[in-house]
Design a protein around this ligand. Structure first.
Ligand SMILES: Cc1ncc(COP(=O)(O)O)c(C=O)c1O
Length: 382
């Protein structure tokens, strides 16, 4: 008999819903990935580098040219200076970056604070490191950090806090003022941060993303994680990066070296070329995704779902209390997929203890206009 190290982990809802969407032919607005391609110049660059023989291991820390582009993007976006050599590490996806950061600093018995609803990769990574997640709920209205609850959750064993801004699944943002408040709260404590900022460039309505990279005090204890997959519409490339002060980076690299050693070489070459030649891609992203959010929300306006337009990410939460209050959100997602042809993600799966009576599902709007139109037609007749 095997005694599982992760007894609470089963097939994720993302796999289940994507499979069900494929089986039933439903439009898949569940898992978070675009149904359109990345920029042609980026795709062409991969072919060029594969043909040119860039097919062997790259340096463990990541291709220097790509690390330099990441540092340059950080300087442009946040006015922060980071060393491409000692502070930037390329990883096979943000997931691997988060895993390595947690393994690098969490020990047996340590506590890690996560904010519910929270992304599903954090807890298993903490448990594999011998730690324990302490779940703190975001506010029910607006999904903001609740500093009273956070204060109450801190203990002498707290070793890490995991932030996620812009936030999956709610689209909420953490403000610069909230980062200041957090800095004050943990100033005298030995606590690391993982700041999961994979949606850093998907922030709407003219608001600027408050990155931990731009927060001098918090950055000193932080691993800041991002994903080329989200920024360049290529989630299947599973290529990301983590930025951390040199001492933390050195520890992270000890783990990364034996988890992956390095990222995929031709993809790193292609990303480095594309970032050098198209720095404006990132600047255009807020408007690109805001147009999708607004189209989708305008189309959903006549529906019986209620919602507030999200501030960031490519997910829109919708409340279905006026439609099927009798169904919990897992049942609602299955029903919508099977009976109405639109696959969604129930929000309760992101909670340790889902709030009673919450009736929310998450819809991904990283989709072509036709897909959003077809989905909205279906959603408007439910
Ligand atoms: C909040 C969050 N973090 C991390 C990831 C993983 O990113 P990657 O595909 O680069 O591993 C995702 C992907 O959906 C995400 O939503």
């Amino acid at each position: 008999m095997i005694t599982s190290k992760l007894p609470n982990v089963g097939t994720t809802i993302f796999t289940t819903m994507s499979q069900l969407a494929a089986e039933t032919g439903a439009l898949n607005l569940s898992q978070g990935f675009p149904d359109f391609n990345g920029p042609q110049a980026l795709l062409d660059a991969v072919g060029k580098h594969v043909a040119n023989g860039h097919n062997q291991y790259s340096p463990m820390t990541g291709l220097p040219a790509l690390r330099q582009q990441v540092a340059a993007k950080i300087a442009r976006s946040y006015g922060a200076t980071v060393s491409p050599d000692s502070e930037v590490t390329i990883t096979p996806g943000a997931t691997a970056a988060i895993f390595c950061a947690i393994q690098a600093v969490i020990r047996n018995g340590d506590e890690v604070i996560v904010f519910d609803p929270s992304y599903d990769s954090y807890e298993p990574s903490v448990e594999l490191a011998g730690g324990r997640c302490v779940h703190v709920q975001l506010s029910l209205e607006g999904f903001a950090l609740d500093f009273e609850k956070l204060k109450a959750a801190l203990s002498p064993r707290t070793r890490m806090i995991i932030l996620n801004t812009p936030h999956n699944p709610t689209g909420a943002l953490i403000s610069g003022a909230e980062l200041d408040q957090l800095a004050e709260l943990i100033r005298d404590r030995d606590i690391y941060l993982v700041s999961d900022e994979v949606y850093e460039h998907l922030v709407f309505d003219g608001v600027a993303h408050a990155s931990v990279l731009a927060h001098e005090e918090l950055y000193q204890r932080a691993f800041v994680v991002s994903s080329f997959g989200k920024t360049y519409h290529v989630t299947g490339w599973k290529t990301g990066y983590v930025v951390a002060p040199s001492a933390l980076t050195a520890e992270l690299r000890k783990v990364h070296q034996y988890v992956n050693f390095c990222g995929v070489t031709p993809l790193q070459y292609a990303l480095a070329d594309f970032m050098a030649e198209h720095p404006q891609h990132v600047e255009a992203l807020p408007a690109f995704y805001q147009a999708k959010r607004d189209l989708f929300c305008d189309l959903l306006a006549p529906s019986r779902f209620s919602f507030t337009r999200v501030a960031g990410t490519y997910f829109q939460l919708v409340d279905y209390s006026q439609i099927r209050p009798d169904l919990d959100d897992v049942a609602m997602s299955l029903w919508m997929t099977r009976e109405h042809g639109v696959a969604t993600i129930p929000v309760s799966v992101f909670y340790q203890s889902p709030p009673q009576g919450q009736r929310l599902v998450r819809l991904c709007f990283a989709k072509r206009e036709e897909t959003l139109q077809q989905a909205a037609e279906k959603l408007c007749v439910i």
